[in-house]
Design a protein around this ligand. Structure first.
Ligand code: KDG
Ligand code: MG
Length: 402
C-alpha cells in the first residue's frame, strides 16, 4: 500500500480549521488536524508546498519513519508551524493504521487504562456571581471539573472571559483587538473568585484556573500560596514558559499544582520542567506537538517524573485533534485531565465524530481509526476568514503576554 494523495482542506465553520487528508492506493483515508490559531495559512502552505509532495509513494504504515523523515530531513527542526504540519501527517497515518487494522487507535496504543476521560469545561463571567452561575450550569451537565475565569474590575476586557457562554472563541477580530492588563487588580480578584466557588460548590468539584502567562514567577508563587486553602486542581500557564528555570521559583513558594504546555511544540520545550519535577501537568497537544507519536514520547517522559497529562482542548483544536487526544488520554498510564471547550454545531457538522460526553467523561469512538471525518462538501461552504487573538498591553501601553 502506498500514499497516492495528500490534500489540505481549509474551512471556517465559525472559526478556521486546517485539515490534512491522506489517501492510499487501497482507497483508505486518514485525516489530521493542522490548525494553528491565527497562523493557519502558514501551516497550510508548509504542508501543500513542502510536505504533501514528499508523501506521495511512501508506505503509510511507516509512521515513525515518516515522522523522523519530516523532522530530521527538513534540517530546520521544531517550531509551531513545522510541528503542526508534522502532527497532521502523523495523526492521519495513525487514523489509516487503525482503519487497516480494524481497531480504534487507542487499542494500538496499548488499550484502555481507564473507563472514561475526565474533562473540564470553561465557566467564565465578568463578575464573580456570573461565574458562579456558569459553574452551576456545568455541574448540572455532569462535569466534575470546571475552569473558572472572571473579569478584572476596572479593565474593559479580560482574555479568557467571553460574551458567549457555553461556547467560547478567543480569536475575535480580523486584525488583533487590544486589551489592557493590570496584574495588581487581577491578583486581588482571583482569591475572591476561588473563595466564592468553594463556598457555593464545596470541595468535591475540581476547580482550575488559567493565568495565561501573565505573571512573574514570584507573583505566581504568591498567588498560588494564597489559593492553597481553596485546593485549586491546577494553576495554568502562570508565567511565560520560555525560561524553564522560572518554574523553580514558583515551586519554592507554593504547593498549588502547576500546568503548562499549550504552546509547546516539542519535548525540548518541557524536558527540564518534567525532569526536575517543576510542573504537575503537561498540556501539550497532538496538533501542536508533533502528533500522536511525539506527544506519546512527551507523556512517557512525564510518567517517569510524576507529571500527569492535561492536554489543551480549546475550540481552535479541531474535532480531529480532540478525537486523537482522547485515544491517547484513555491509553496512557499518567493521564490527568483533558480540556473540553465544546465546538459549535457548525464545526461538529463539518467534522462528524464518534466521541461522546457522558457523566463528566468523554469517551473515544470505538470505530476503527480515530472515528472522525471531514465533510468536504460542507467544508467548502465555509471559506477562510482572517481572525486573530487579542494583544494585551499594560496600563502604560507596553505589550504584555496575552
Ligand atoms: O489559541 C489559543 C487558545 O486556544 C488558548 O488561549 C485557550 O488558553 C487557552 C486554554 O487554556 O484553552
Ligand atoms: Mg490556557
Amino acid at each position: 500500500m502506498r500514499i497516492t494523495d495528500a490534500k489540505v482542506i481549509v474551512t471556517s465553520p465559525g472559526r478556521n480549521f486546517v485539515t490534512l487528508k491522506i489517501t492510499t492506493s487501497d482507497g483508505v483515508t486518514g485525516i489530521g488536524d493542522a490548525t494553528l490559531n491565527g497562523r493557519e495559512l502558514a501551516v497550510a502552505s508548509y504542508l501543500r508546498d513542502h510536505v504533501c509532495p514528499l508523501l506521495i509513494g511512501r508506505d503509510p504504515a511507516r509512521i515513525e519513519d515518516t515522522w523522523q523523515y519530516l523532522y530530521r530531513g527538513a534540517y530546520w527542526r521544531r517550531g509551531p508551524v513545522t510541528m503542526t504540519a508534522i502532527a497532521a501527517v502523523d495523526t492521519a497515518l495513525w487514523d489509516i493504521k487503525g482503519k487497516v487494522a480494524g481497531l480504534p487507535v487507542y487499542q494500538l496504543l496499548g488499550g484502555r487504562s481507564r473507563e472514561g476521560v475526565t474533562v473540564y469545561g470553561h465557566a467564565n463571567g465578568e463578575t464573580v456571581p456570573e461565574v458562579l452561575d456558569e459553574v452551576a450550569k456545568y455541574v448540572d451537565l455532569g462535569y466534575r471539573a470546571v475552569r473558572v475565569q472572571c473579569g478584572v474590575p476596572g479593565l474593559d476586557a479580560t482574555y479568557g472571559v467571553s460574551q458567549d457562554k457555553m461556547f467560547y472563541e478567543p480569536a475575535d477580530a480580523k486584525l488583533p483587538s487590544e486589551a489592557t492588563w493590570s496584574t495588581e487588580r487581577y491578583l486581588r480578584v482571583v482569591p475572591e473568585l476561588f473563595a466564592a466557588v468553594r463556598d457555593r460548590f464545596g470541595f468535591d468539584l475540581h476547580v482550575l484556573h488559567d493565568i495565561h502567562h501573565r505573571l512573574t514567577p514570584i507573583e505566581a508563587g504568591g498567588l498560588g500560596s494564597r489559593l492553597e486553602e481553596y485546593a485549586p486542581f491546577w494553576l495554568e500557564d502562570p508565567v511565560p514558559a520560555e525560561l524553564q528555570e522560572g518554574f523553580r521559583l514558583i515551586r519554592q513558594h507554593t504547593t498549588a499544582p502547576i500546568a503548562v504546555g499549550e504552546v509547546f511544540n516539542s519535548i525540548w520545550d518541557c524536558e527540564r520542567l518534567i525532569r526536575e519535577q517543576l510542573i504537575d501537568y503537561i498540556r501539550a497537544t497532538v496538533v501542536h506537538a508533533g502528533g500522536i507519536t511525539h506527544l506519546r514520547r512527551i507523556f512517557d517522559l512525564a510518567a517517569l517524573h510524576h507529571v500527569r497529562t492535561g492536554s489543551h482542548g480549546a475550540t481552535d483544536l479541531s474535532p480531529v485533534c480532540m478525537s486523537a487526544a482522547l485515544h491517547l488520554d484513555i491509553a496512557v498510564p499518567n493521564f490527568g485531565i483533558q480540556e473540553y471547550m465544546r465546538h459549535t454545531e457548525a464545526t461538529d457538522e463539518v467534522f462528524p465524530h464518534g466521541y461522546r460526553f457522558a457523566d463528566g467523561y468523554l469517551h473515544p469512538s470505538e470505530e476503527p481509526g480515530l472515528g472522525v471525518d471531514i465533510d468536504e462538501k460542507l467544508a467548502a461552504r465555509y471559506p477562510y476568514e482572517a481572525a486573530y487573538l487579542p494583544v494585551n498591553r499594560l496600563m502604560d501601553g507596553s505589550v504584555h503576554s496575552w
